[in-house]
Design a protein around this ligand. Structure first.
Ligand SMILES: [Zn+2]
Length: 307
């Protein structure tokens, strides 16, 4: 086909779309219910279950801090239109009071962790030690439980699509179970004594249980102060005892603290690892499966490397 023909077709398609949007002030996009999620990991899960049947708005931008986010002007509009809100829960989002103050009284605000009934593990260190750790999605099998819970809630709000949501959730859960096995196989080459994952935030509790790593962080949870002297002293002691091959930082925090711990201990650092946010759209970590595979790649490179 000549490029002139293609151009003509594209122009015609554009005109048809333009006409359609002018003739229909409530276009198809606006017929879809708005579903708001608090951060990009849930955006991935809800998008895979809802497909084209919902308009999904994620509040915390990719790469930004989810624990202590503050609503921006555009978020209020999305929340006012929301017919359903998904958040993680387990105290991940410290700002849910702001959300509840904006959404309509009849709108369900659903904690995916609570709704899924996922088995929780305790935070390993820091101010919140012993409380349920919020990062349950870091085990792909638990992420599958999230997906099933999301399908159930979407079906209550959009009942005529319930069978689609159920089928999408079932298919995605199978992909996540496959992802778990793929990751376990890929990480299997790291010898037991090198399976030490020390990160900035100790956010890999579920990941460490799923893939058999010893895990700790400079701080326990991003909701507490980051890089305080007592935190540094504690982790430097631990690093001196364990002598791990590498230290890690996460995409939503500054690498400054891990750099200084690395300088103090002589243990190199690597990253970023992805936990509290997907990577930007179109990058390898831009989807949930992509971010988990990126984590595997970074861990293998750093923990197997003898250089
Ligand atoms: Zn976190």
């Amino acid at each position: 086909m000549e490029s002139r023909d293609l151009k003509l077709i594209m122009t015609r398609r554009f005109l048809i779309l333009l006409l359609a949007s002018l003739l229909s002030p409530l276009g198809w996009a606006q017929d879809r219910p708005t579903v708001v999620v608090t951060f990009s990991v849930l955006e991935d899960f809800v998008a895979r279950v809802a497909g084209e049947h919902a308009e999904i708005v994620s509040l915390t931008p990719r790469g930004a801090e989810v624990h202590e986010y503050e609503l921006r002007p555009g978020d209020f509009r999305a929340l006012e239109q929301a017919e359903l809100v998904f958040y993680n829960g387990l105290e991940l989002e410290q700002w849910m009071g702001q959300v509840r103050a904006v959404v309509g009284a009849d709108v369900a605000v659903v904690s995916v962790a609570a709704e899924s009934g996922v088995e929780t593990l305790p935070i390993v260190s820091g101010d919140y030690r012993g409380q349920a750790d919020p990062h349950a999605w870091m085990d792909p099998r638990r992420a599958g439980e999230y997906v099933v819970a999301i399908a159930g809630e979407l079906s209550r709000v959009i009942p005529d699509r319930a069978s689609t949501f159920r089928a999408n959730a079932k298919a995605y859960r199978e992909e996540l179970d496959d992802l778990y096995r793929e990751m376990a196989d890929a990480l299997d080459v790291i010898p037991p004594e090198r399976r030490v994952l020390i990160s900035s935030e100790a956010a890999f509790v579920y990941f460490a249980e799923a893939f058999d790593f010893l895990h700790d962080g400079i701080w326990g949870n991003n909701a507490e102060s980051e890089g305080a002297p007592r935190q540094l002293m504690r982790i430097i002691d631990l690093i001196d005892q364990r002598r791990p091959p590498a230290l890690f930082w996460e995409s939503t925090v500054s690498s400054r603290t891990v750099e200084s711990v690395s300088a103090d201990t002589g243990v190199p650092y690597d990253g970023p690892l992805y936990v509290d946010s997907l990577g930007e759209v179109g990058t390898p970590a831009g989807s949930y499966r992509g971010m988990m595979r990126e984590n595997v790649r970074v861990l293998r490179d750093a923990l197997l490397d003898d250089g």
